[in-house]
Design a protein around this ligand. Structure first.
Ligand SMILES: C[S@@+](CC[C@H](N)C(=O)[O-])C[C@H]1O[C@@H](n2cnc3c(N)ncnc32)[C@H](O)[C@@H]1O
Length: 226
């Protein structure tokens, strides 16, 4: 049974645009900026890949902070790739449609691989992580930002209410529904560790429960290629 990636394969253009529209809220903008800042502190030059890039917002924020970086984005949904091309128009970015389970990138191609909110959708997460291992340069890391299920419910609801206070009624109604659906599907931190232990990153990973945009539901997964 698919964890969700197959729903994205045939995503229509209006579905991608709806996702883009619904996630245009201050909390997501803050989250994207915090991720871009984190990543730009870790890599100053070379090639960076954003897996499951969606509308390409993390790539755009990275480009604003460091235009020297060579940016690549991959997404299983062609509609998302087309949207990312639109959002990143005028910027030199290599955007491709494909599944991270098997890609056409060369071995040791990237100085950094990142991903936000996509890992939990992958049907074959171990194979996908092994593919990230193949395309990453030696001694370089991948940073995956994922929500997890071990969060404190009260703390989460307080942060969400505060974050949505200035949004319109539709956003205030729909965002909690989508977010809670996502959180219900995401892994527990211990489950993520079990998956990674079955991959080539088994001996070189860390998991940190962090907040992004004050939301206490995030995990930063660091995978280093030894
Ligand atoms: C929830 S969206 C997140 C998009 C973007 N990273 C963001 O933060 O807005 C998840 C994205 O992962 C993509 N995706 C899911 N499974 C994938 C896979 N196996 N390989 C590549 N992309 C995948 C989906 O098409 C979708 O665009």
């Amino acid at each position: 049974m698919s964890r969700g990636e197959q729903n994205f394969v045939k995503l229509p253009r209006f579905g991608a645009s709806l996702y883009d529209r619904l996630t245009h809220i201050r909390a997501v903008e803050t989250q994207v900026k915090e991720i871009a800042q984190d990543l730009c502190a870790r890599v100053k030059q070379g090639r960076l890949l954003d897996v499951g890039t969606g509308p390409g917002r993390v790539l755009l924020e990275i480009h604003k902070r460091n235009p020297q970086l060579e940016l690549c984005g991959l997404d299983i949904a062609d509609a998302m790739v087309q949207l990312a091309k639109q959002n990143l128009a005028g910027i030199d970015v290599d955007l491709r449609q494909g599944n991270i389970r098997r890609t056409s990138y060369a071995d040791d191609a990237f100085d950094l691989v990142t991903c936000t909110g996509s890992f939990y959708l992958w049907d074959y997460p171990e194979e996908c992580l092994d593919e990230i291992h193949r395309i990453l340069k030696k001694d370089r890391s991948a940073y995956l930002f994922e929500t997890h299920r071990d969060y404190d419910g009260d703390e989460f609801r307080r942060a969400m209410r505060a974050n949505l206070r200035q949004e319109n009624l539709l956003q205030r109604m729909l965002t909690p529904i989508f977010l809670e659906k996502q959180l219900g599907m995401t892994y527990r931190t211990a489950e993520v560790a079990e998956i990674i232990k079955r991959t080539k990153f088994a001996d070189s990973f860390t998991l940190e429960e962090i907040t992004l945009a004050s939301m206490p539901v995030w995990l930063r997964i660091t995978l280093t290629k030894k």
